[in-house]
Design a protein around this ligand. Structure first.
Ligand code: HEM
Ligand SMILES: *[C@@H]1O[C@H](CO)[C@@H](O)[C@H](O)[C@H]1NC(C)=O
Ligand SMILES: *[C@@H]1O[C@H](CO)[C@@H](O)[C@H](O)[C@H]1NC(C)=O
Ligand SMILES: *[C@@H]1O[C@H](CO)[C@@H](O)[C@H](O)[C@H]1NC(C)=O
Ligand SMILES: *[C@@H]1O[C@H](CO)[C@@H](O)[C@H](O)[C@H]1NC(C)=O
Ligand SMILES: *[C@@H]1O[C@H](CO)[C@@H](O)[C@H](O)[C@H]1NC(C)=O
Ligand SMILES: *[C@@H]1O[C@H](CO)[C@@H](O)[C@H](O)[C@H]1NC(C)=O
Length: 324
């Protein structure tokens, strides 16, 4: 769907003329301008203090928004507590981080603008601020998402991409959300920040595909480094390695430079070099960082519109962890 900027030539009946612009039942760039003008500052300062305490939190907030949008759309359902929640789905459990940061922002938001700002909008704004504060691009977002009433753990298990599945399958999951192969390549660039646990890439290090050897598409120096971080025993499974070996706390285009010298961390990262269509894009984003920045913003906006609830659908949660 596209953001709703009502044109004067066609103003649906349910739109109201409000201080010079039309507010409709859908997303709007000025959605909170009148009722919560300090919205962006509140989110930015919450993200800023979280990152000041823990640099990795920028990456964790970005991933939280992605995992929200790919399950039931961007409706804040990932934030809901409960053992049947999405938090406990395989890709999320003991992996997603940042819930307390969203809670803290929401608490400040409720003090400034009670029951006005959805948790889904807070997530999309927090992801944008996190990217910007780590040196990445900034982009405009239409707001007015509403919060979902249910979580869907089954969908979290089936719809989120796994690092162990082939590019074809990952692309199919993106396509089913209205994204395309270009979005796969550009949004994978999010792995320019943050960390992954050993179990998500360990099979590349010792006995890849039953060959008895490491993954041949893994750089030799990175391989020996990762083998010492993640020794071949179960108790190393939750140790961490940076997704971008060169600059893991900086949002830049080194993710693509790494792929060009066999230094992608996840199989699904390095797989972008195994297909000539995606490899061509990797080459371009490695050469032209500004093009990556621009396209990353465009794809993030696309992702942030997946399955949004607007108008009278859903609700504005008071506490992001529970429905009202
Ligand atoms: C293309 C398919 C993708 C796969 C297979 C994938 C897989 C993964 C895996 C396995 C991890 C490590 C999790 C852990 O060890 O606990 C991870 C981390 C991360 N992912 Fe992805 N991901 C994909 C796409 C994306 C997208 C589209 C975004 C955001 C736009 C994203 C953002 C991140 C970030 C920022 C981290 C680091 C999180 C942290 O340090 O807390 N990923 N991803
Ligand atoms: C806006 O929010 C920021 C961050 O929470 C705060 O420091 C500032 O005082 C607020 N400004 C107004 C006018 O409320
Ligand atoms: C700071 O980050 C650490 C993790 O690195 C976390 O345990 C702690 O709760 C954070 N403190 C605050 C005030 O956010
Ligand atoms: C949850 O997701 C699954 C898989 O996408 C779907 O089949 C099911 O209908 C969903 N359940 C609800 C209650 O929406
Ligand atoms: C990829 O998708 C196909 C078709 O849906 C499925 O049969 C196959 O098991 C998937 N492969 C992996 C590794 O998930
Ligand atoms: C990867 O390539 C970049 C240039 O694109 C170079 O600066 C860097 O040293 C290379 N890293 C390795 C491990 O070969
Ligand atoms: C991509 O590779 C396939 C076969 O591997 C080949 O047929 C095709 O021409 C290539 N396309 C481009 C754009 O190089």
């Amino acid at each position: 769907m596209s953001p709703s900027v009502c044109k004067l030539s066609f103003v649906p009946l349910f739109c109201l003329l409000f201080l010079g612009h039309f507010v409709c039942g859908q997303l709007d760039y000025k959605f909170y301008d009148v009722m919560c003008p300090n919205l962006t500052n509140i989110v930015r300062s919450g993200v800023w203090s979280a990152i000041a305490n823990d640099t990795r939190m920028a990456a964790s907030l970005l991933r939280l928004h992605f995992h929200d949008c790919f399950v039931n759309g961007c409706d804040g359902s990932v934030l809901l507590d409960g053992t049947d929640g999405e938090k406990f789905a395989f890709p999320n459990q003991n992996s997603l981080r940042g819930f307390e940061v969203i809670d803290a922002i929401k608490t400040n938001m409720e003090m400034a603008c009670p029951s006005m700002v959805s948790c889904a909008d807070i997530l999309t704004l927090a992801a944008r601020e996190a990217v910007f504060l780590t040196g990445g691009p900034y982009w405009a977002i239409a707001l007015g998402r509403r919060d979902g009433l249910t979580a869907n753990q089954t969908a979290a298990n089936t719809d989120l991409p796994s690092p162990f599945e082939p590019l074809e399958n990952i692309t199919a999951k993106f396509t089913s959300k209205g994204l395309d192969i270009n979005d796969v390549v550009v949004l994978s660039g999010a792995h320019t920040i943050g960390f992954a646990q050993c179990f998500t890439f360990k099979r590349r290090l010792f006995n890849f595909d039953g060959s008895g050897n490491p993954d041949p598409t893994l750089d030799a120096s990175l391989l020996s480094n990762l083998q010492s971080v993640c020794p071949n025993q179960d108790n190393s499974d939750t140790k961490l390695a940076p997704l971008d070996r060169v600059s893991s706390s900086r949002f830049d285009n080194n993710y693509y430079n790494n792929l060009l010298n066999n230094s992608g961390l996840l199989e699904s990262d390095q797989a972008l070099m195994g297909d000539n269509r995606t490899a061509a894009m990797v080459n371009i984003y490695s050469k032209f960082p500004f093009l990556f920045s621009k396209n990353f913003g465009v794809s993030m906006v696309k992702m942030s519109y997946i399955g949004v609830l607007t108008g009278q659908n859903g609700q504005i949660r008071k506490n992001c962890r529970v429905v009202n």
